[in-house]
Design a protein around this ligand. Structure first.
Ligand code: NAD
Ligand code: TYD
Length: 342
């Protein structure tokens, strides 16, 4: 594989993946196609601009002409482009249907017409919905419970349909909650780190006992790269970190790493339909030869250090349209006085 089109490559994981490709594959060319929504940011790719193997094109995955132009000559497409924040999907699901479902269909049609040899759809453990006990296997049923996860599940069904109906060489990775450098500060870990650095409250939804499996972004990129090279068409692969943690525990770790008091922790009104727990069984990918390399606590400390050292990156974001979103999302949110077991 020589030339890879990374759609959504100006976002968090996509930009890390573009960097990973150029670093680990000397003969690889990377083209990023990205609409540059609120979450897309050319600052995420700044250090790659001088690499002659790298090119950026601004465009929408829902636009067939833009997709065909960017995909010409590509050996593979890896699709990260999506609306990605559960809270925003609760405020307005329609953008999620457009990009996360229709956009994926446009990409699949281009793959078929242009004869691209491989298509990897980046999906999420959230398509399984919440799991009370045990861990989700690739063969488990879909049970998404919010608009974001519903559109990601719908996208997967389109991928399967194109594979079964037209033989499109497509596969799917389902990653768990990812964190690390260039993570947009609407998501819990970067929001809490940057709020703590500014002595602002950390808004923990409900009792904070929800469980997520955390995966360092470099490990997620390595897992996707492994599937790109070794995965089989039509297959699905869970890519998890094996680090299940309660939100409350992660919040306390962040406060400790930033060196701020627990009095900044605020329990606030819960997210609607908040999934209680995600858990991935990654045995399938482990057996093929991939494992995450990083310990959660070490990777979190490194991430806190990155946000300390890169205020130029996140202060610009937090001072723009983000402030308006933050007010809408948290401004009138009820603070819970009495949270059991805290
Ligand atoms: P992100 O929100 O940081 O980035 C999304 C990128 O997609 C942005 O650069 C945005 O400009 C671009 N984009 C949005 N709509 C587009 C369109 N119509 N055309 C072209 N580009 C468009 O998201 P992320 O956290 O990097 O997630 C990337 C992918 O990984 C998503 O598909 C997401 O569902 C999946 N995923 C994320 C996580 C996580 O924890 N962040 C976990 C598992 C899977
Ligand atoms: P998030 O980073 O939004 O990822 P996802 O919803 O895709 O899992 O949230 C991670 C967890 O943190 C989730 O259980 C919701 C919770 N959370 C809070 O408690 N407070 C917040 O302000 C945010 C953004 C998330």
């Amino acid at each position: 594989m020589h030339r890879i089109l990374v759609t959504g490559g100006a976002g968090f994981i996509g930009s890390n993946f573009a960097r990973y490709q150029l670093k680990h594959h000397a003969d690889r060319e990377v083209v990023v196609l990205d609409k540059l929504t609120y979450a897309g940011n050319l600052d995420n790719l700044r250090d790659l601009e001088s690499d002659r193997r790298f090119a950026f094109q601004q465009g929408d995955i829902c636009d067939p002409a833009a997709v065909r132009a960017a995909a010409a000559g590509a050996d593979a497409i890896v699709n990260f482009a999506a609306e990605t924040h559960v809270d925003r999907s609760l405020l307005d699901p329609s953008a999620f249907v457009m990009t996360d479902v229709h956009g994926v269909n446009v990409l699949l049609e281009a793959v078929r017409e242009l004869g691209v040899a491989r298509f990897v759809q980046i999906s999420t453990d959230e398509v399984y919905g919440q799991v009370a006990a045990g861990s989700s296997k690739e063969t488990d049923r879909y049970a998404p419970r919010n608009p974001y996860s519903a559109t990601k599940a719908a996208a997967e069904l389109m991928v399967h349909a194109h594979h079964e109906s037209y033989g499109v060489p497509a596969l799917i990775t389902r990653g768990s909650n990812t964190f690390g450098p260039f993570h947009y500060p609407e998501k819990m870990i970067p929001l809490f780190i940057t709020n703590a650095l500014d002595d602002e409250p950390l808004p923990v939804y409900g009792d904070g006992k929800q469980v997520r499996d955390w995966l360092f972004v470099e490990d997620h990129c390595a897992g996707i790269d492994f599937v790109l090279e070794h995965g089989l068409d039509g297959e699905v692969y869970n890519v998890g970190g094996g680090n299940e943690r309660e939100n409350l525990g992660v919040t306390r770790l962040i406060l400790g790493l930033v060196g701020k008091p627990e009095s900044l922790l605020r329990h606030v009104e819960d997210r609607a339909g908040h999934d209680r727990r995600y858990s991935l069984d990654c045995g399938k990918l482990h057996r093929l030869g991939w494992q995450p390399a990083r310990r959660f606590e070490d990777a979190l400390a490194e991430t806190v250090q990155w946000y300390r050292a890169n205020e130029w990156w996140w202060r610009k974001i937090k001072s723009g349209a983000f402030a308006e979103y933050y007010q809408r999302q948290y401004g009138d949110r009820k603070v819970l006085e009495d949270t059991a077991g805290d």
